[in-house]
Design a protein. Structure first.
Length: 111
C-alpha cells in the first residue's frame, strides 16, 4: 500500500510539472537581471527578481503554449507597451510596440 501511495504521489508531481505553461519560470533578461514569470489572476505576471529594479512588476501576459500577449513596462521610464512573448525551447522572445509601428524586442534565456 505504501508503495502505491508513493507511486501515485510521484505521478501527480510529474503531472504538475508538465501542466505548467512554458512561459513560467525564471528568465535572464538582456540587461542581466532575473525576471520571474508566474501565474497571477488568470494571466502571467512578469516581475524582476534582481538588478536595479528588483521587485518591480514589468508585465502581465495571457496565453498558452508558446504564444502570449499583454502589456510590458520598460522599468527605466515606466512606459507601458502592447507586448507579446514567444517561447521556443529555452528562449523567450519579448516584443513591445507603440501603435504597432515602433517595436523593440529582446530575447531572454531560461535559468
Amino acid at each position: 500500500m505504501r508503495t502505491l501511495i508513493i507511486a501515485a504521489a510521484l505521478a501527480l508531481s510529474a503531472f504538475s510539472a508538465q501542466a505548467a505553461e512554458p512561459i513560467e519560470g525564471n528568465w535572464k533578461t538582456t540587461s542581466g537581471a532575473t525576471a520571474q514569470i508566474a501565474p497571477c489572476g488568470g494571466s502571467f505576471c512578469v516581475t524582476l527578481k534582481s538588478g536595479k529594479h528588483n521587485g518591480k512588476q514589468i508585465g502581465k501576459m495571457a496565453g498558452s503554449g508558446d504564444s502570449y500577449s499583454g502589456e510590458i513596462t520598460d522599468p527605466e521610464n515606466d512606459k507601458t507597451y502592447s507586448g507579446s512573448g514567444t517561447v521556443s525551447g529555452s528562449s523567450l522572445k519579448m516584443k513591445g510596440c507603440v501603435l504597432a509601428v515602433l517595436c523593440k524586442s529582446q530575447t531572454w534565456t531560461r535559468l
